[in-house]
Design a protein around this ligand. Structure first.
Ligand SMILES: Nc1ncnc2c1ncn2[C@@H]1O[C@H](COP(=O)(O)OP(=O)(O)OP(=O)(O)O)[C@@H](O)[C@H]1O
Ligand SMILES: [Mg+2]
Length: 184
């Protein structure tokens, strides 16, 4: 994988697979602290302490179609290879929080990539899930909450072209306002 946004897509797929009704995603860039932090939190099925202990192990998966699960181990390795850190908190029946912190300026940190495209795709393809996305750049931030968008759009469903366009431009405009179009 070459972009952090694709890694985020992968981690959020786990939340979707865990039957989450609500998924919180935060991307936090701080040039002063030289950190790049990602949080993905869900209210899905969660993991037992045994599952959790093994979840970042590349040879552990509950998949039956393939032996090795790679989403979490890859994310962990990507963060740690920059001198950053990684953690997962999870409780059966409650949900899961994955946090990865990268050293922003480290040569091995992958670029963020098309995070707005990732968020738009997630929302459009999972209309039954409530998403809250926060993007923060040096303390300035914006929020996209699908429940607010549902209210704004009224009768227009998320899969209508106008809705997709609205979501994509909301993300683009706000991201540019917050980070001034910085190359991350
Ligand atoms: N948010 C989550 N909620 C509940 N269980 C999770 C969550 N994230 C991961 N898991 C558990 O940890 C395992 C490992 O996840 P990981 O993403 O590394 O691999 P995978 O999803 O099994 O396979 P892949 O991501 O390669 O398709 C999953 O099979 C699942 O059992
Ligand atoms: Mg996965």
């Amino acid at each position: 994988m070459t972009e952090i946004s694709l890694n985020i897509l992968d981690i959020v797929q786990n939340s979707i697979q865990a039957d989450a009704a609500y998924i919180y995603i935060e991307v936090d860039v701080n040039t002063n602290e030289d950190t790049f932090t990602v949080f993905v939190e869900d209210d899905g099925c969660g993991m037992s302490p045994e599952q959790l202990a093994q979840a970042a192990d590349p040879f552990y998966t509950t998949r039956t179609t393939r032996k090795v699960g790679l989403g979490l181990p890859f994310f962990k390795q990507a963060a740690e290879s920059t001198g950053g850190n990684f953690s997962i908190l999870s409780e059966l029946g409650k949900g899961t929080l994955v946090q990865a912190q990268f050293v922003l300026s480290h040569i091995d940190r992958m670029p963020l990539g098309d995070i707005n495209g990732t968020i738009t795709t997630l929302i459009l393809f999972n209309q039954d899930i409530s998403f809250r996305y926060v993007y923060q750049y040096n303390g300035q931030s914006f929020v996209l909450d699908t429940e607010d968008i549902r209210r704004t759009l009224g009768d227009i469903p998320f899969d209508a072209p106008e809705a997709a366009e609205y979501i994509a431009s909301y993300l683009d405009e706000n991201k540019r306002k917050v980070d001034g179009g910085a190359d991350i």
